[in-house]
Design a protein around this ligand. Sequence first.
Ligand code: AMP
Length: 407
Amino acid sequence: MLFSELGLHPDLERAVKTLGWNEPTPIQSKAIPVALRGGDILGCAQTGSGKTASFVLPILHHLLTKPGNGLRAFVIVPTRELAAQVEICFKDCGKFSPVRVASVIGGVGYDRQRKSMSGGASVIVATPGRLLDHLKNGRFKMDSVQYLVLDEADRMLDMGFLPDIRAIISRVPRDRQTMLFSATLVKKVDQIAAFALRNPERVEVSRPTETAEGISQVVYPITQAQKTDLLVALLKATEMRSVLVFTRTKNRADRLTQRLSAQGFSVGILHAGRTQGQRMGAMENFRSGRTQILVATDIAARGIDVREISHVINFDVPQNPEDYVHRVGRTGRAYGVGDAITFCDREEDPLISGIERFTGVVFPRAMLPTFPYAIKPNLEPTKAKTFSGIRFRRRPVARSRRALFRR
Ligand code: AMP
């Protein structure tokens, strides 16, 4: 399918061309026609699939083709970073259109936000908490809203936003078009879908457990004590243009950042303990290539969109298989190619097994031949039948002893 076949407003077709997008991604081919017809959408797509433009382009099309005043479209997202990216997508796709976009997110002064909201924006991208503050204080009204998007709904639920979202939706006129996107269509998403959507069309591009195509995934068995050294050695031994490194905690992110800086690498840091300004700065430096490495925790990294990420490194194995899929979804974006490397200490073996069962892929184990390993890595995947959250079957003792011996 070609963009020209979708029947988008000429200003949008032109913008898409200048962005270098040759054809719609699968989610765009499926969702855009439904959205242009005015139908509600229950969309299942991961970050990296091009899902943002699949609601941004139809909204812009409606705003350009149907006259109206005031605030007309609302997009609710779980994190500030994602809000920034959705805003960028609106600005990119709307570069030849007079549509004004503003964001309402935590960590930014209320006054500044009030000004940008009263400045005639027809689209607002918001995080739920701050938006609700403004609504409760009567600072602005949603009476003229015709288009509502709930992006990464599963994540918003994970973060406990369900009551806020309900409160927000109840303030938007019932006669509207609603699009809900989620990386996974788990049962709890039905809770929002049931009261937010009307006869939605379900649009799905891939099973939620699938990681994006084009990503090669590999596990490096390594002890906790040597993780930093191995990371430094890998960074020196291979050509990694832009690397996103995930750690389990803020403290670990801070410590790792210090050690990488001390080794002369250009590093940024992104976690919930940083101010909004610091987080924006870190993202901008990484996006523009001024820093080679961005160290992040899961919560802050959701929605990071840097098209050129060459490597994702899981310095710590994520606790949930879903987080793994989200993390590696940062690379290979929009069907590019990327590498995802996971460092795995012996204690983390069960987590890896859970991820392998969830994704249906057994990752090859690898080692860096020149690295002075304190304990020889075991390059055989553990076949433990453990799966966090569903069932936990103990590994046979003999097997774990053998593994211990080999290492
Ligand atoms: P998203 O899944 O919305 O976060 O988008 C992932 C990335 O794909 C972003 O960097 C977009 O700019 C890019 N993108 C979106 N649509 C297309 C397209 N049709 N062709 C190429 N890249 C795209």
